[in-house]
Design a protein around this ligand. Structure first.
Ligand code: NAD
Ligand code: 3PG
Length: 315
């Protein structure tokens, strides 16, 4: 079987697939159109998120038997059409869920302890203790939206903090021993902290908007390691300004990669809300690296190899 790799990865991926008898080809630079022209020659494709495997691409991939997605989010694949075409889909949330759980926790502790502000002040020769008095996680109610691989990994990290963990999910009965699943109404009545772990779907796009934010009884801290497009940036900023949101940890943003860099390099004025996020002392930002650790790189690759092996290699 011939596999086309579209994003560079941990070397074990190609090493192990070669040992298993697959023929591996790498193309990390050609345009989507160029790849489409040759994709019919391949049985498998492995991608991170370089481009979208849409209907047109999958129609061209006449001999494709599987897609390996080195990650969890599947919005860059037309999964329904792939299924219709009988293409097997392997994703790898097992590879980066621990990293996401740890990153969400790091953001949460960083926010509660005002680390961004305190760090910046000390570096600027300012020694203010009272203004930098933080909050403890102990006794807080943490709400996790989307209780799948990532939400569960975060809840597991909260064991031992003496806080209550609630989850809200559109699927019934997804909770485990680390969280109590509640209705959205109960969730919005009780939580002090919200951590978003949902995929990007029609329903979750722009889900965190003013109406949603203002339905919470208390002011709350907000963490997003899900997808940036689930949040309306303007509404988040309004809530930060009003104090309804006490602080935000954002690993994912409305603008990412090229569109993010364009904000800084283009002659156009930066959107006001985005400028606010850049400057705010109670906002922690990271460039979509929650699931992006030294360890997860290897685990993602190993997960994909193992899934391909189970399905396509006779042992
Ligand atoms: N920042 C990062 O580096 C990083 C890394 C990995 C995953 N992610 C993001 O996290 C997402 C979740 O990954 P996962 O592996 O946990 O997925 P998953 O499918 O295991 O879990 C997602 C959960 O969200 C629930 N859900 C879907 N729509 C919802 C809604 N409208 N309201 C409430 N719950 C809803 C689903 O029922 C499911 O239980 C990915 O799709 C990706 O977008 C980000
Ligand atoms: O969905 C994921 O696994 C993470 O968000 C990583 O996405 P990436 O493939 O764009 O790095």
């Amino acid at each position: 079987m011939k596999i086309l790799h579209l994003d560079s990865n941990h070397p074990l991926l190609i090493q192990q697939l070669t040992e298993l008898g697959f023929e591996n080809h790498e193309d990390y630079t050609s345009s989507k159109e160029t790849i489409e022209e040759k994709i019919a020659n391949y049985d498998g494709v492995i991608i991170r998120s370089r481009f979208t495997l849409d209907k047109e691409f999958l129609e061209a991939a006449k001999n494709l038997k599987f897609i390996g997605r080195l990650g969890a989010g599947l919005e860059n694949i037309d999964t329904d059409f792939a299924e219709k075409q009988g293409i097997k889909l392997f994703s790898a949330p097992e590879g980066n869920r621990n990293a996401v759980g740890e990153h969400a926790l790091a953001m949460l502790l960083g926010l509660l302890n005002k680390l961004r502000k305190a760090d910046q002040e000390v570096r600027n020769g300012i020694w203010k203790r009272e203004e930098n008095r933080g909050y403890e996680l102990d006794g807080k109610t943490i709400g996790i939206i989307g209780y799948g691989n990532m939400g569960k990994a975060f809840a597991k990290k909260l064991r031992g903090f003496d806080c209550e963990v609630l989850s809200y999910d559109i699927q019934e009965n997804v909770a485990n021993e680390d969280a109590k699943q509640v209705s959205l109404d109960e969730f919005q009545q009780k939580v002090d902290i919200v951590s978003l772990h949902t995929p990007l779907t029609e329903k979750t796009k722009n889900m965190v908007n003013s109406t949603f934010i203002n339905s919470f009884k208390k002011s709350f801290w907000f963490i997003n390691t899900g997808r940036g497009k689930s949040v309306v940036t303007n509404d988040l900023v309004e809530a930060l300004k009003s104090g309804k949101i006490l602080g935000a940890g954002l690993d994912v943003l409305e603008y990412e990669k090229t569109s993010f860099e364009n904000l800084f390099t283009s002659k156009k004025e930066m959107p006001e809300a985005f400028q606010y996020l850049i400057e705010a002392e109670n906002v922690l930002l990271s460039p979509h690296i929650a699931g992006w650790t030294i360890e997860s790189k290897e685990k993602l690759a190993q997960t994909i190899v193992d899934k391909i092996k189970v399905k396509f290699v006779n042992t």
